[in-house]
Write a protein that binds this ligand. Structure first.
Ligand code: F6P
Length: 525
């Protein structure tokens, strides 16, 4: 598979020229004035998502060059390699095959590696969904507690909240992720042993936060007189042996080729399946699959993940914008920014290319945001009048699933008004009330927030991250950057107990001494 790092293509140099000539100074208000078809040209439909890209600082020439960049970098070939199950996660020697988790079953099994894995996917999915239905039907279970962190928490948590309107199991679903005991303690206070199901969600079944919380949950269960672990604990993991050794016999597996932050389509999605039911979960997978097919087959110029990934590169490497803000105008999507932070920043927060060479350009932007309209009353001031330009990504949903009069129209009016204000600005000679405008935004519109549309929206985000990572020539599927802190925490945990500060830097040693001096707390084990 031929991949060329973006800065080594002819299109990169042409983009630099085009940026200096017209890209840098592009004014969106003038662009609309000169082209009354700009909205039609720069908006498109993809499965379940309508996207208006017209308020972005691109013109026909830069978009054409960006598409050349995608062609010359080999993005389509790289995408095809991912779908074909090549080991494109080369630093871990793994396939990147989360798309298989939402691929419908094959009519026949031709014995290929793909067919064998797909058959395993459906066997596990069927078992997991049957279990979800049995939990839903079990009136004695009132509370489901997911214990997991990172990809084993953010995806299912975000989706359970997002699809609250479809949650009809009557169960309360809790998420405990932090090793901070306050979180688990606060949750346990609300629970009764006989009515609680713990789901221990961990791809590796070694993550210290999850294992610590799982051990404490197990100890609480035993202390409260619980004995039937098979009924009250289930594990979602690729490491079934470790789950068994922990004492859990009810397990749902997945595979090495599912990255943690891409895993909510696997057994990690069980909390969602319990909340919305087997059919809802299948609809969620089907929506994602529809977006996969769009990404796999649409020509690059009408391929939404490709266009968004190219814009991301344009803003990061040419305009020099260092962050992107996500503004979901739907309160049920309030955990979407947190979910996207892991997806984007753990995937593309890399400073070396596939060969380990230091990159001469920036990669992942800082991703951040809040649901609208709350963000307007917090940080939108900076977006409108601050010194930095932050491209915004609005997500709006046409239909409301409540019947409170007036609210939804007001919400939609606000999202439109914000996108408009950012772009059109407002002149004021006094300065303080001056809005410079020309601030770019993308507008993603769903007809309704359903399992299928959420699946499509998330798959869209996964693929746009793939596209920018592919252009940058990085491996978007490893996460070595989280390892060092884990190792040092183990060392410091021992030092907190024994007070040994030898070899530590002055600041860490000083803080260690101060923490050990806290009179009311002991770290002795
Ligand atoms: O933070 C690193 C990481 O490996 C993430 O990629 C992952 O989602 C998270 O930890 C949790 O890992 P696990 O599911 O193995 O417990």
């Amino acid at each position: 598979m031929a991949r060329t790092r973006c800065d080594r293509t002819p299109a990169w140099a042409q983009l630099q020229t085009a940026f200096a000539a017209s890209g840098k100074g592009l004014d969106l208000r003038e662009a609309f004035a000169q082209d009354n078809k700009r909205f039609e040209r720069l908006s498109q439909s993809a499965p379940y998502v309508f996207a208006d890209l017209s308020k972005n600082r691109i013109d026909a020439a830069s978009e054409a060059l960006l598409l050349d960049l995608a062609r010359q970098s080999g993005v389509a070939e790289h995408r095809d390699a991912m779908f074909a199950g090549e080991k494109i996660n080369h630093t871990e020697g793994r396939e990147v095959w989360h798309v298989l988790l939402r691929t419908p079953p094959a009519a026949t099994n031709d014995g290929s590696h793909r067919a064998i894995e797909l058959a395993k996917v459906h066997e596990t999915l069927n078992a997991m969904l049957a279990y979800a239905e049995s939990v839903r039907a079990d009136a004695a279970i009132t509370d489901v507690v997911n214990i997991g962190i990172g990809g084993s928490d953010l995806g299912p948590q975000m989706a359970v909240l997002a699809l609250d309107a479809f949650a009809n199991s009557g169960k309360r679903v809790h998420f405990v992720s932090n090793v901070d005991g306050h979180e688990l303690a606060a949750t346990l206070k609300k629970l009764k042993v006989e009515s609680t199901l713990f789901l221990i969600a961990s791809k590796t079944f070694t993550t210290i936060e999850t294992m610590t919380n799982a051990h404490s949950a197990k100890a609480w269960f035993a202390a409260q007189g619980g004995t039937d672990t098979a009924r009250h604990f289930a594990a979602l993991t690729t490491n079934v042996a470790a789950a068994n050794a922990f004492g859990i016999t009810t397990t749902f597996g997945f595979w090495d080729w599912v990255g943690g932050r891409y895993s909510m389509w696997s057994a990690i999605g069980l909390p969602l399946a319990i909340a919305i039911g087997a059919q809802g979960f299948r609809d969620f997978l089907a929506g994602a699959h529809a977006m996969d097919e769009h990404f796999r087959t649409a020509p690059l110029e009408q391929n939404l993940p490709v266009r968004l990934g190219l814009l991301d590169l344009w803003y990061r490497n040419f305009h020099g914008f260092t962050s992107r803000s996500i503004a979901p105008y739907h309160s049920a999507l309030r955990r979407l920014p947190a979910y996207l932070q892991q997806l984007e920043m753990e995937s593309n927060g890399k400073r070396v290319d596939g060969e380990g060479a230091t990159l001469p350009f920036g990669t992942s932007p800082v991703l951040w945001g809040e649901s609208g309209t709350n963000g307007q009353h917090a940080y939108f001031q900076m977006l409108h009048q601050g010194t930095d330009v932050v491209p915004l990504e609005f997500v709006a949903v046409k239909t409301a699933r409540h019947d409170l009069g007036g609210h939804h129209a007001l919400l939609l009016a606000n999202v439109l008004a914000q996108a408009q204000a950012l772009m059109v600005g407002k002149s004021d000679i006094g300065g303080h009330k001056h809005f410079p405008g020309n601030r770019p935004s993308t507008f993603l519109l769903l007809d309704d927030l359903t399992p299928a549309s959420l699946g499509a929206l998330i798959a869209l985000q996964e693929h746009r991250v793939f596209v920018s990572g592919s252009l940058w020539g990085i491996n978007s599927f490893d996460q070595w950057g989280v390892e060092l802190g884990k190792v040092l925490a183990k060392d410091i945990e021992a030092r907190l107990a024994n007070g040994d500060a030898s070899g530590l830097d002055g600041s860490t040693a000083g803080l260690l001494a101060r923490l050990r001096a806290v009179p009311h707390e002991s770290f002795e084990t």
